[in-house]
Design a protein around this ligand. Structure first.
Ligand SMILES: [Zn+2]
Length: 100
């Protein structure tokens, strides 16, 4: 798979994924992702995005304002549904929907 931005090669790696929603900021460390070797753009797989959504839901339920945590969910990622930069905004909008 190649990067949609620069056509660089995507390799499996880990990224720090910041989630900034209203009053809550959560930095999730060591999130598995496909990372572009050239420009650093990364793509999250569907299961990973779902796991992040769960983490954010729980943090919001516990009224966590600021948290840094490791990504520990076990995810099966046989299929790849990459989330682009635009997709991450969509994901963020999904997080925003959780509030309330
Ligand atoms: Zn790239």
């Amino acid at each position: 798979m190649f990067c949609t931005l620069c056509k660089g090669e995507m390799k499996k790696g880990r990224v720090n994924f910041p989630v900034d929603v209203e009053d809550n900021f959560i930095l999730i460390k060591e999130v598995p992702a496909l990372v572009c070797e050239q420009c650093g753009e990364y793509f999250l797989e569907d299961d990973v995005a779902g796991a992040i959504e769960e983490i954010v839901k729980k943090a919001k339920a516990a009224d966590v304002e600021f948290e840094i945590r490791k990504f520990t969910a076990r995810v099966n990622t046989p299929k790849i549904h990459p989330i682009s930069r635009r997709g991450r905004r969509v994901l963020r909008d999904r997080f925003l929907d959780i509030s309330g």
